[in-house]
Design a protein around this ligand. Structure first.
Ligand code: PLP
Length: 440
């Protein structure tokens, strides 16, 4: 008899992990103060001081820029809006190609479509799960204008190599840093390496304001364009503050404005970011270090670069089924039975979604894909991303739970237990079948 919980044994983690909460009394007070003032947003759509938002929004931006050591920070109402605004700010237009990753949240790859741009998928690296610089290089054409790099799961992408390519080929680099606030890469914060970095303040992230996002940049022109796009650009581009010779491209503005309540909460959340991520990072590293010995037999702990830190938005793991002698599905089921909240698959390669398969985006005739009739988003386009999705990559949503020292100890024991008894899992395949047969 095996002691695995999946086969009837006692589970290692005896109590469910409580949900993650980053909010405290400070946020309640900050939000209440704004609510009591009655001024829930100060944005106006005319060229004035308030064109850039109220006191809380502007303070959040000042503090965000200071914290991440960037020249400018522009608050928006989501990271998705931030990515759209970034595409607009760098001047993406119909037919322009933007290199994206297949392994992420959908907006990381669909943002170019909003301006008629064409997402071009490059493959990922099997150890970091992020864009492979060599694949990026191979996908560059004369129409390529930018790369959207995602700092996935809480760790920076290989920015050194990617920035080198971008510089040589005169491309913009936009960093989707929704999952890696506070992660460090070579003595600078992740999200501050590209021309524009985009952070999320959505409820599911390390720190949040319900919904929200922040763009950062060191470029004054891009900062100004982001602010214009955020707030009805077209309504103010003939006013003072916008010069005759300024670039009118994409100056059709949206309403991506953040409210004063969100900004007030965001300011308190930002103060806590370092302590919160340090804790996530420390505990994640303890679990990671306990798994390093399994690497040679096919279970891979999260990659952490030599001059980088991981803030573990999720705790990604990779199993090589042939080497380990067990399928991912069974392994994850066994972990779940032990009480580890593991999830079997992460993000189906984005080009396999109907949007790209049917090539229908704006209107019913296939714009902007009609600008590139030959481009196909066929299966096999990014083999590593597909293999990892189908068979190897799984994760623990580290940021969804409050996992303390004892939680990490239990998870470590649970993973080690399933790993050591993985040969017993063969029984789990046959047992349900036999039971089903007996029932017949
Ligand atoms: C959450 C997330 C987003 C979107 O953030 P929102 O603020 O919800 O729009 C974008 N990219 C990645 C990688 C994310 O994880």
């Amino acid at each position: 008899m095996s002691s695995l919980a999946l086969l009837g044994g006692k589970p290692v983690c005896n109590t469910p992990f409580p949900p993650w909460r980053s909010l405290g009394e400070e946020e309640v007070q900050a939000g209440l103060k704004v609510l009591k003032s009655g001024v829930l947003s100060s944005f106006v759509g005319t060229w004035s001081k308030e064109f850039s938002g109220g006191m809380e929004v502007r303070s959040l931006e000042k503090e965000w820029a200071l914290h991440f050591r960037t020249r400018h920070a522009i608050a928006v109402n989501s990271a998705t809006s931030g990515l759209y605004a970034a595409m607009g700010a760098i001047g993406i237009g119909p037919g322009d190609e933007v290199i994206v990753t297949p392994t992420s949240m959908s907006a990381s790859a669909t943002a170019p479509l909003v301006y008629g741009g064409i997402p071009v998928f490059a493959d990922i690296l099997q150890n970091t799960y992020m864009l492979d610089p060599r694949s990026i290089e191979a996908r560059i054409t004369p129409k390529t204008r930018a790369i959207i790099v995602v700092n996935l799961f809480g760790h920076s992408a290989d920015m050194e190599a990617i920035l080198l390519i971008a510089k040589r080929r005169h491309l913009f680099v936009i960093e989707d840093n929704a999952q890696a606030p506070g992660a460090v890469y070579q003595s600078r914060y992740a999200g501050t390496w590209g021309h524009i970095g985009v952070f999320s303040l959505n409820y599911h992230k390390h720190i949040h304001t319900g919904e929200g996002g922040v763009c950062v940049t060191n470029d004054a022109v891009l900062a100004n364009r982001l602010k214009l796009i955020r707030n009805h650009a077209e309504a103010v581009i003939d006013s003072k503050g916008y010069a005759e010779e300024d670039d009118l491209t994409n100056m059709i503005g949206w309403n991506y404005r953040m409210t004063e309540i969100e900004a007030a909460i965001g300011r308190q959340q930002l103060k806590k970011l370092t302590a919160l991520t340090r804790r996530k990072q420390g505990l994640g590293n303890v679990l990671r270090n306990s798994l390093l010995g399994m690497e040679s037999e096919g279970l891979h702990a999260p990659h952490v670069g030599p001059n980088a830190t991981h803030v573990y938005y999720t705790f990604p793991l990779r199993i090589e089924p042939a080497k380990a002698g067990v399928s991912r599905a069974l392994f994850v089921q066994a972990l779940q039975a032990e009480g580890v909240p593991a999830i079997e698959r992460y993000a189906k390669p984005l080009y396999l979604s109907p949007l790209f398969q049917k090539r229908i985006a704006m209107g019913g005739h296939g714009f902007p894909f009609t600008l590139q009739p030959e481009r196909r988003y066929t299966k096999g386009l990014c083999p590593t991303a597909e293999r990892l999705y189908q068979e190897e990559l799984f994760y623990i949503p580290w940021c969804s739970y409050e996992i303390g020292e004892e939680g990490v100890r239990q998870m470590t024991r649970a993973i080690q237990k399933v790993w050591e008894h993985r040969n017993d899992l063969g029984e789990a395949i046959h047992e349900p079948c036999e039971r089903a047969l007996r029932r017949k």
